[in-house]
Design a protein around this ligand. Structure first.
Ligand SMILES: Nc1ncnc2c1ncn2[C@@H]1O[C@H](COP(=O)(O)OP(=O)(O)OP(=O)(O)O)[C@@H](O)[C@H]1O
Length: 613
């Protein structure tokens, strides 16, 4: 059993004082330090910042049932990287900030088909980036910065990453074409690299041949010097920036509540919901801007001062600003979201709109609890959803793999929430406007709740165009006005994401090209074939419901029809989603899939013609 295996694993560790409660049967394995469980079943180890050393004994780890995530960030492990490839079910591996060293064998990640997140940063690894790492089919986050990896960057099988950081190594040669649109900072501090997104290769002293030959390497000292200069520039920059921010805060303090947050970059640490604490402070209720306004059902027990004094965590930063989870001493946990780009509307208009949103009430909508109106900044207060966002579950950040029944329940919830919005806002062009997997949050029973709905009317137009997802639909990117059907497009993307486990990376990229990316993403899914092959193989319970999953896939495609005429209406999409069942009913002679195809041939679908053939 896992308890015994973990105890054995511990015997290979040195300096394991932090794990003193391991072995205590009365509290159960799930309460042991660093053990990750979901619904009382084990799924990972998170042994971070514990001063651990000794051996990570993979042969013992191999005996753990259900080890999805393994982290030993910031400890004192040294020597070669353990042979993790024995752990074929691993989805996330975090080894950053240790002293692991030496070359990683080229086949070190072979067969790890489920591995999505690899963090090897700030160790002492040398040699080439292993080809098997680049070939991981599900790789989604890769951070190997701050090592001494050398040679050319291999071709990565994936090109859509959430985290991609190869900086501060000794890599050289031309950056592969597939990585040319990455942020240049992903490659910083590698003297020998060239090509997009860094400078051109031609004529440079480090012109790469397409061989593995190192170019004329710069002397080590020179590199060090440059790094020091860069660090000094960055540090001075940060100090100047911090001073400006401090001045601004002092200036604004008398006017409105101030959220003082730790300047930690987001999305670089695993398990980001446990970001550093922040303190929410406020000058007083007497703010000129009028303090918090409660809408809908007044929450008894929530007092402005309590809320503003509550300690809070950063949940993340989105396209509008940061989002915090605030824990009141004697009250519920709430989420506070800052919006900076809502300055086109007047105060009255804003109040009216918020009061309208506050009146909405549906089990699949995240209710608006309160709002704050400041001239430059607005705050919206919502209930906290215990199970985080759908995005975090679909893309491996939670370590929990949602089964088909739960995915179905979630998409039905999304459909019902949308239907409610359309019914309540019949005159609005975009009743939701920003539907995406990080804006679908899940409550304690995994019921979906839509977040960030109905905001198009109060968001600055240019900001909406650049950042809100509905504006990335094909019609909106061709300068037509987005409409209800743009929301349907987003519903389609969400369905495809839910079923394939693929991440529409262009949500993260903004501005020109983002919508084209999203459309290309849909195409790439279609081109994989219309035979259920593109369904996420890891969905537990997939077998009994595969026919139904293909039906949902078909609905997703209907919602992602290119032209507005052939794209489904929200009513059609919602009705079809409501018809879905948990398991296939066996059909009436022909297979479920045959039946599906015959239903769908009536639709003029660019994708379908390929897919049926
Ligand atoms: N009420 C909530 N309960 C739990 N988690 C939440 C809640 N609201 C937001 N989150 C989570 O907090 C994180 C940050 O949210 P935020 O809205 O700032 O970013 P985003 O959704 O990624 O981007 P955008 O601003 O474009 O919507 C996301 O992972 C989101 O799912």
């Amino acid at each position: 059993d896992n308890a015994q295996v973990l105890m054995n694993f511990k015997t290979f560790l040195s300096n394991a004082d932090a794990l003193s409660n391991w072995g205590n049967q009365s509290i159960g394995v799930c309460s042991w330090t660093g053990v990750l469980c979901f619904n009382q079943s084990f799924h990972g180890l998170r042994l971070e910042h514990m001063g651990l050393g000794g051996t990570v004994d993979v042969d013992t780890l191999h005996l753990l049932s259900n080890l999805n995530s393994f982290s030993v960030i910031n400890n004192n492990f040294e020597g070669p990287m353990p042979e993790f490839k024995k752990l074929v079910n691993l989805r996330a591996l975090f080894l950053s900030n240790n002293k692991f060293s030496g070359e990683i064998p080229d086949d070190a990640f072979d067969g790890m088909k489920r591995l999505k997140r690899v963090f090897l940063a700030e160790n002492e690894f040398t040699g080439h980036i292993p080809t098997s790492l680049a070939q991981l089919p599900k790789l989604f986050d890769v951070d190997i910065h701050g090592n001494s990896f050398e040679g050319n960057i291999p071709e990565f099988q994936q090109s859509d990453f959430r985290v991609f950081n190869l900086s501060y190594n000794k890599l050289e040669g031309r950056i592969p074409e597939s990585l040319s649109s990455k942020d240049p900072t992903s490659f910083a501090g590698n003297q020998g690299l060239c090509g997009d997104p860094l400078g051109p290769c031609i004529g440079s002293p480090t012109t790469p041949s397409d061989t593995d030959q190192p170019p004329n390497s710069h002397p080590e000292k020179e590199n060090k010097k440059k790094r020091i200069i860069l660090t000094v520039v960055v540090v001075v920059g940060v100090i100047v920036l911090a001073s400006i921010i401090a001045l601004l805060i002092i200036r604004y303090r008398r006017k409105k509540p101030v959220l003082v947050k730790d300047a930690q970059p987001q999305n670089v640490t695993p398990f980001s919901s446990e970001s550093k604490s922040i303190v929410v402070t406020a000058e007083s209720k007497k703010s000129e801007d009028g303090g918090l306004n409660f809408v809908g059902n007044q929450r008894e027990g929530i007092d402005l001062q309590d809320l503003l004094r509550a300690s809070a965590e950063v949940l993340g930063s989105g396209s509008f600003g940061s989002t915090y989870k605030a824990m009141l001493l004697n009250g519920p946990v709430v989420v506070v979201k800052r919006f900076k780009n809502m300055n086109d509307v007047g105060k009255k208009e804003f109040f009216d709109h918020m009061n309208r949103l506050g009146k909405l009430s549906h089990p699949n909508l995240l209710p608006l609890v309160a709002f704050y109106y400041g001239k430059e900044e607005k705050l919206l207060v919502h209930d906290f959803a215990e199970n985080g966002s759908l995005a975090s579950h679909l893309h491996g950040r939670s370590g929990v793999e949602l089964n088909w029944a739960t995915r179905l329940k979630i998409i039905k919830g999304v459909a019902r929430g949308l239907a409610y919005l359309y019914t309540e806002f019949p005159n609005q062009a975009l009743p939701h406007g920003h539907l995406k997997s990080s804006n679908v949050v899940l409550d304690s029973s995994f019921e979906a709740r839509l977040a960030e709905y109905g905001l198009v009317a109060v968001v600055e137009k240019s900001h909406a165009q650049q950042f809100m997802v509905a504006y990335k639909s094909p019609e909106a990117s061709q300068s037509e006005k987005p409409s209800e059907k743009s929301d349907v497009w987003c519903l389609g993307i969400l369905i495809l994401e839910l079923l394939t486990g693929k991440f529409p990376a262009s949500y993260l990229r903004h501005g020109k090209g983002a919508s084209e990316d999203l459309a290309a993403w849909v195409n790439s899914i279609v081109s994989e074939g219309w035979n259920g092959e593109m369904l996420d193989k890891e969905i537990p319970g997939r077998g009994s419901g595969e026919g139904e999953m293909v039906k949902l896939l078909r609905i997703g495609m209907g919602c992602c029809e290119w032209s507005l005429e052939s794209r489904w209406s929200w009513k059609e999409a919602v009705a079809k989603i409501e018809e879905l069942k948990e398991s296939d009913d066996g059909g009436d002679g022909g297979s479920e899939r045959d039946h599906l195809y015959s239903v769908s041939t009536s639709l003029d679908d660019f994708s379908l013609s390929q897919s049926i053939s």
